[in-house]
Design a protein around this ligand. Structure first.
Ligand code: ADP
Ligand code: MG
Length: 257
Protein backbone atom coordinates (compact mmCIF):
# COMPACT_ATOMS: atom_id res chain seq x y z
CA UNK A 1 0.00 0.00 0.00
CA UNK A 2 1.52 3.25 -1.13
CA UNK A 3 0.08 5.43 1.65
CA UNK A 4 1.30 2.93 4.20
CA UNK A 5 4.74 3.19 2.73
CA UNK A 6 4.78 6.95 3.27
CA UNK A 7 3.36 6.66 6.76
CA UNK A 8 6.22 4.39 7.72
CA UNK A 9 8.43 7.42 7.34
CA UNK A 10 6.43 9.34 9.92
CA UNK A 11 7.78 9.41 13.41
CA UNK A 12 9.29 6.49 15.22
CA UNK A 13 8.10 4.43 18.10
CA UNK A 14 10.30 3.95 21.11
CA UNK A 15 10.98 5.00 24.65
CA UNK A 16 12.45 8.35 23.83
CA UNK A 17 10.70 11.54 24.84
CA UNK A 18 9.29 13.43 21.88
CA UNK A 19 7.77 16.39 23.71
CA UNK A 20 8.74 17.81 27.07
CA UNK A 21 7.22 20.86 28.75
CA UNK A 22 8.80 22.02 31.99
CA UNK A 23 7.37 24.63 34.31
CA UNK A 24 5.32 26.32 31.61
CA UNK A 25 3.52 29.52 32.48
CA UNK A 26 1.64 31.69 30.04
CA UNK A 27 0.26 35.14 30.68
CA UNK A 28 -1.90 37.16 28.32
CA UNK A 29 -1.53 40.58 29.90
CA UNK A 30 -2.89 40.18 33.41
CA UNK A 31 -4.52 36.84 32.57
CA UNK A 32 -2.54 33.89 33.93
CA UNK A 33 -3.59 31.12 31.55
CA UNK A 34 -1.05 28.32 32.13
CA UNK A 35 0.04 27.95 35.74
CA UNK A 36 2.99 25.60 35.79
CA UNK A 37 2.60 22.78 33.31
CA UNK A 38 4.93 19.78 33.36
CA UNK A 39 4.12 17.39 30.60
CA UNK A 40 5.98 14.80 28.58
CA UNK A 41 4.95 12.71 25.62
CA UNK A 42 6.93 9.68 24.49
CA UNK A 43 7.66 9.05 20.83
CA UNK A 44 4.68 7.29 19.31
CA UNK A 45 2.43 8.04 22.27
CA UNK A 46 -1.17 9.21 21.76
CA UNK A 47 -2.36 11.72 24.36
CA UNK A 48 -5.86 13.18 24.57
CA UNK A 49 -6.35 16.50 26.37
CA UNK A 50 -9.77 17.28 27.83
CA UNK A 51 -11.07 20.05 30.05
CA UNK A 52 -13.56 22.91 30.28
CA UNK A 53 -13.59 25.75 27.80
CA UNK A 54 -11.01 28.36 28.77
CA UNK A 55 -8.89 25.95 30.82
CA UNK A 56 -5.86 26.49 28.56
CA UNK A 57 -5.93 23.42 26.30
CA UNK A 58 -5.36 25.34 23.06
CA UNK A 59 -2.70 27.52 24.62
CA UNK A 60 -0.94 24.43 25.92
CA UNK A 61 -0.73 22.64 22.59
CA UNK A 62 0.13 25.86 20.78
CA UNK A 63 3.18 26.11 23.04
CA UNK A 64 4.42 22.83 21.51
CA UNK A 65 5.06 24.50 18.15
CA UNK A 66 5.54 28.02 19.54
CA UNK A 67 2.37 29.40 18.02
CA UNK A 68 2.29 30.72 21.58
CA UNK A 69 5.51 31.56 23.33
CA UNK A 70 5.50 30.55 26.99
CA UNK A 71 6.08 33.40 29.46
CA UNK A 72 8.18 31.04 31.50
CA UNK A 73 9.47 27.48 31.20
CA UNK A 74 11.07 25.16 28.73
CA UNK A 75 9.75 23.32 25.68
CA UNK A 76 11.83 20.50 24.23
CA UNK A 77 10.70 18.88 20.99
CA UNK A 78 12.53 15.86 19.62
CA UNK A 79 15.57 16.70 21.72
CA UNK A 80 15.73 20.38 20.73
CA UNK A 81 14.92 23.08 23.27
CA UNK A 82 12.76 25.33 21.13
CA UNK A 83 12.42 27.95 23.84
CA UNK A 84 16.20 28.51 23.88
CA UNK A 85 17.32 31.91 22.55
CA UNK A 86 18.81 30.72 19.25
CA UNK A 87 16.76 27.59 18.74
CA UNK A 88 16.17 26.36 15.17
CA UNK A 89 12.46 27.03 15.60
CA UNK A 90 11.54 26.84 11.93
CA UNK A 91 13.25 23.50 11.54
CA UNK A 92 11.49 22.05 14.57
CA UNK A 93 8.14 23.42 13.47
CA UNK A 94 8.46 21.44 10.26
CA UNK A 95 8.29 18.27 12.31
CA UNK A 96 5.17 19.40 14.21
CA UNK A 97 1.94 19.59 12.21
CA UNK A 98 -1.26 21.04 13.57
CA UNK A 99 -4.89 20.48 12.60
CA UNK A 100 -7.32 23.13 13.79
CA UNK A 101 -11.02 23.34 14.43
CA UNK A 102 -11.32 25.53 11.34
CA UNK A 103 -9.68 23.74 8.46
CA UNK A 104 -7.84 26.76 7.02
CA UNK A 105 -7.45 25.35 3.53
CA UNK A 106 -6.40 27.78 0.82
CA UNK A 107 -9.69 28.48 -0.98
CA UNK A 108 -8.12 29.40 -4.34
CA UNK A 109 -6.01 26.26 -4.57
CA UNK A 110 -7.20 22.77 -5.43
CA UNK A 111 -7.09 20.04 -2.83
CA UNK A 112 -3.87 18.61 -4.25
CA UNK A 113 -2.28 22.06 -4.53
CA UNK A 114 -3.12 22.57 -0.86
CA UNK A 115 -1.16 19.43 -0.07
CA UNK A 116 1.84 20.20 -2.27
CA UNK A 117 2.39 23.84 -1.36
CA UNK A 118 4.03 23.66 2.07
CA UNK A 119 6.32 20.65 1.48
CA UNK A 120 7.73 22.26 -1.66
CA UNK A 121 7.97 25.81 -0.32
CA UNK A 122 8.98 25.15 3.26
CA UNK A 123 10.86 21.87 3.03
CA UNK A 124 12.17 22.12 -0.53
CA UNK A 125 10.74 18.73 -1.47
CA UNK A 126 10.56 18.32 -5.29
CA UNK A 127 7.08 18.95 -6.62
CA UNK A 128 6.77 15.52 -8.23
CA UNK A 129 7.59 13.83 -4.96
CA UNK A 130 5.21 15.99 -2.91
CA UNK A 131 2.50 15.32 -5.49
CA UNK A 132 3.00 11.58 -5.34
CA UNK A 133 2.95 11.45 -1.56
CA UNK A 134 0.06 13.96 -1.51
CA UNK A 135 -2.05 11.65 -3.67
CA UNK A 136 -1.13 8.73 -1.43
CA UNK A 137 -2.29 10.61 1.65
CA UNK A 138 -5.49 11.69 -0.09
CA UNK A 139 -6.13 8.04 -0.81
CA UNK A 140 -5.47 7.24 2.81
CA UNK A 141 -8.18 9.70 3.94
CA UNK A 142 -10.50 8.42 1.20
CA UNK A 143 -10.43 11.52 -1.00
CA UNK A 144 -8.16 10.74 -3.91
CA UNK A 145 -10.94 11.45 -6.39
CA UNK A 146 -11.25 15.00 -4.99
CA UNK A 147 -7.63 15.93 -5.75
CA UNK A 148 -8.54 18.50 -8.38
CA UNK A 149 -11.56 20.18 -6.85
CA UNK A 150 -11.57 23.33 -4.70
CA UNK A 151 -12.20 23.24 -0.93
CA UNK A 152 -15.57 25.00 -1.28
CA UNK A 153 -16.83 22.01 -3.28
CA UNK A 154 -16.27 19.72 -0.29
CA UNK A 155 -18.28 19.08 2.87
CA UNK A 156 -16.84 20.16 6.22
CA UNK A 157 -15.86 16.60 7.04
CA UNK A 158 -14.10 16.21 3.71
CA UNK A 159 -12.29 19.53 4.19
CA UNK A 160 -11.05 18.42 7.56
CA UNK A 161 -9.82 15.12 6.09
CA UNK A 162 -7.96 17.15 3.46
CA UNK A 163 -6.44 19.27 6.24
CA UNK A 164 -5.21 16.08 7.92
CA UNK A 165 -3.76 14.77 4.64
CA UNK A 166 -2.09 18.15 4.14
CA UNK A 167 -0.52 17.97 7.58
CA UNK A 168 0.70 14.43 6.88
CA UNK A 169 2.28 15.49 3.62
CA UNK A 170 4.75 17.53 5.67
CA UNK A 171 5.91 14.17 7.11
CA UNK A 172 5.71 15.43 10.69
CA UNK A 173 6.92 13.49 13.69
CA UNK A 174 4.19 15.02 15.83
CA UNK A 175 0.56 15.75 14.99
CA UNK A 176 -1.34 18.21 17.16
CA UNK A 177 -5.11 18.34 16.84
CA UNK A 178 -7.11 21.15 18.43
CA UNK A 179 -10.77 20.13 18.61
CA UNK A 180 -10.72 18.88 15.00
CA UNK A 181 -14.39 17.86 15.00
CA UNK A 182 -15.93 20.71 17.00
CA UNK A 183 -16.90 22.78 13.97
CA UNK A 184 -18.45 19.86 12.10
CA UNK A 185 -22.06 18.85 11.66
CA UNK A 186 -22.72 15.76 13.77
CA UNK A 187 -22.99 13.40 10.80
CA UNK A 188 -19.48 14.32 9.67
CA UNK A 189 -17.69 13.84 12.95
CA UNK A 190 -17.24 10.09 12.62
CA UNK A 191 -15.55 10.18 9.22
CA UNK A 192 -12.88 12.51 10.61
CA UNK A 193 -12.46 10.46 13.78
CA UNK A 194 -12.11 7.32 11.66
CA UNK A 195 -9.20 8.91 9.78
CA UNK A 196 -7.60 9.87 13.09
CA UNK A 197 -8.07 6.37 14.51
CA UNK A 198 -6.45 4.96 11.38
CA UNK A 199 -3.57 7.39 11.76
CA UNK A 200 -3.12 6.39 15.38
CA UNK A 201 -2.15 2.88 14.29
CA UNK A 202 1.10 4.38 12.96
CA UNK A 203 4.13 5.35 15.00
CA UNK A 204 3.40 9.05 14.85
CA UNK A 205 3.17 10.99 18.13
CA UNK A 206 -0.28 12.53 18.61
CA UNK A 207 -1.65 15.12 21.03
CA UNK A 208 -5.37 15.62 20.54
CA UNK A 209 -7.62 18.13 22.26
CA UNK A 210 -11.09 16.65 21.96
CA UNK A 211 -14.16 15.84 23.97
CA UNK A 212 -14.86 12.75 21.89
CA UNK A 213 -14.41 10.22 24.67
CA UNK A 214 -15.15 7.32 22.32
CA UNK A 215 -12.08 8.37 20.38
CA UNK A 216 -10.08 8.70 23.60
CA UNK A 217 -11.10 5.21 24.62
CA UNK A 218 -10.03 3.75 21.28
CA UNK A 219 -6.68 5.45 20.79
CA UNK A 220 -5.40 7.30 23.85
CA UNK A 221 -2.50 5.87 25.80
CA UNK A 222 -3.11 8.65 28.27
CA UNK A 223 -5.76 11.29 28.95
CA UNK A 224 -4.98 14.63 30.55
CA UNK A 225 -7.65 16.69 32.28
CA UNK A 226 -6.93 20.41 32.42
CA UNK A 227 -8.65 22.88 34.67
CA UNK A 228 -7.83 26.56 35.18
CA UNK A 229 -4.39 26.38 33.62
CA UNK A 230 -3.22 23.26 35.38
CA UNK A 231 -3.16 19.54 34.70
CA UNK A 232 -5.54 18.38 37.37
CA UNK A 233 -5.62 14.67 36.65
CA UNK A 234 -4.13 12.20 34.20
CA UNK A 235 -4.45 8.52 33.51
CA UNK A 236 -5.64 5.94 31.03
CA UNK A 237 -9.02 6.39 29.33
CA UNK A 238 -10.19 3.52 31.55
CA UNK A 239 -9.25 5.52 34.64
CA UNK A 240 -11.40 8.42 33.50
CA UNK A 241 -14.35 6.16 32.72
CA UNK A 242 -14.21 4.09 35.87
CA UNK A 243 -12.70 6.01 38.77
CA UNK A 244 -11.77 9.64 38.16
CA UNK A 245 -10.49 11.02 41.44
CA UNK A 246 -11.06 14.77 41.31
CA UNK A 247 -14.53 16.20 41.82
CA UNK A 248 -13.98 18.64 38.95
CA UNK A 249 -13.09 15.79 36.63
CA UNK A 250 -16.23 13.89 37.59
CA UNK A 251 -18.36 16.97 37.06
CA UNK A 252 -16.78 17.66 33.67
CA UNK A 253 -17.20 14.08 32.48
CA UNK A 254 -20.80 13.93 33.67
CA UNK A 255 -21.52 16.88 31.41
CA UNK A 256 -19.87 15.63 28.24
CA UNK A 257 -20.27 11.84 28.23
P1 ADP B 1 -9.30 26.26 25.87
O1 ADP B 1 -8.65 25.83 24.60
O2 ADP B 1 -9.15 25.26 26.98
O3 ADP B 1 -10.72 26.65 25.69
P2 ADP B 1 -7.56 28.54 25.65
O4 ADP B 1 -6.19 28.05 25.76
O5 ADP B 1 -8.07 28.86 24.29
O6 ADP B 1 -8.56 27.55 26.41
O7 ADP B 1 -7.74 29.86 26.49
C1 ADP B 1 -7.39 29.94 27.86
C2 ADP B 1 -7.64 31.36 28.32
O8 ADP B 1 -6.74 32.23 27.67
C3 ADP B 1 -9.03 31.89 28.01
O9 ADP B 1 -9.43 32.70 29.09
C4 ADP B 1 -8.81 32.70 26.76
O10 ADP B 1 -9.75 33.73 26.67
C5 ADP B 1 -7.42 33.25 26.98
N1 ADP B 1 -6.68 33.50 25.74
C6 ADP B 1 -6.36 32.58 24.81
N2 ADP B 1 -5.66 33.12 23.80
C7 ADP B 1 -5.55 34.44 24.09
C8 ADP B 1 -4.93 35.56 23.45
N3 ADP B 1 -4.26 35.43 22.28
N4 ADP B 1 -5.01 36.76 24.05
C9 ADP B 1 -5.65 36.90 25.23
N5 ADP B 1 -6.24 35.89 25.90
C10 ADP B 1 -6.21 34.69 25.34
MG1 MG C 1 -9.41 25.59 22.68
Amino acid sequence: MVAGHFLCLLGSEGDETMIKLEGIHKHFGSLHVLKGIDFSVAAGEKVVVIGPSGSGKSTLIRCINLLEKPSEGKVVVDGVEITAPKAPVTQVRESVAMVFQQFNLYPHKTVLENLVLAPTLVKGIPKAEATESGLAFLERVGLKEKAHVYPAQLSGGQQQRVAIARALNMRPKIMLFDEPTSALDPEMIQEVLDVMVDLATEGITMVVVTHEMGFARRVADRVIFMDEGRILEEGTPEHFFTNPVQERTKLFLSRIV
